[in-house]
Ligand binder design. Structure first.
Ligand SMILES: [Fe+2]
Length: 165
């Protein structure tokens, strides 16, 4: 089983969201009608405020939501930011008033990263990013502090081909 087996479902009546870790064929029901699979939005040009961007250093990665100015009010906020990397799935829940930005330590940067954020008003957003540290083509440069570190100064946006449905 991989992290990608886990699927989110939303009740069309009350908007309750649940996660099914492994599909066994049964239908999920909350208020009566079947719960619907929660598909990720991927079109950056539709709402750049929600696309997860990533920056990395030797300790891990920082994930930011869009330009970092997404509202974090009680009525409209990012509820969580999730990182999927191979078999690992890590989710940081956020509260109104917090900054929609999360640091994940100890990430295997040789693997493709799947970044997901959930906005209480605009739903699920997802992007895929390959940083490639650890790959042969990538050679970490010495950092200013003298440590042999790999880091990026810019926020990496996934390429168009990196988006998934
Ligand atoms: Fe939003």
């Amino acid at each position: 089983m991989t992290a990608e087996n886990a699927k989110l479902y939303r009740c069309p009546v009350c908007d309750t969201v649940v996660e099914m870790l492994d599909r066994v064929g049964m239908e999920l029901v909350c208020c009566g009608p079947p719960m619907e699979p929660l598909e990720a939005n991927v079109a950056q040009w539709q709402a750049p405020a929600h696309i997860p961007l990533v920056r990395h250093d030797a300790r891990g990665i920082t994930v930011r939501v869009g330009d970092g100015r997404h509202p974090m009010d009680a009525d409209h906020h990012i509820q969580w930011i999730e990182l999927r990397c191979g078999a690992v799935c890590t989710r940081q829940f956020l509260q109104p008033g917090q900054t929609p930005q999360v640091f994940f330590a100890g990430v295997d940067l040789s693997k493709e990263l799947i970044l997901r954020v959930y906005c209480n008003l605009h739903g699920l957003w997802q992007s895929r990013v390959s940083i490639g540290c650890g790959a042969r083509r990538h050679r970490p440069r010495p950092a200013a502090d003298g440590n042999a570190a790999c880091r990026s100064a810019q926020w990496a946006a996934p390429s168009a081909a990196g988006f998934v449905a």
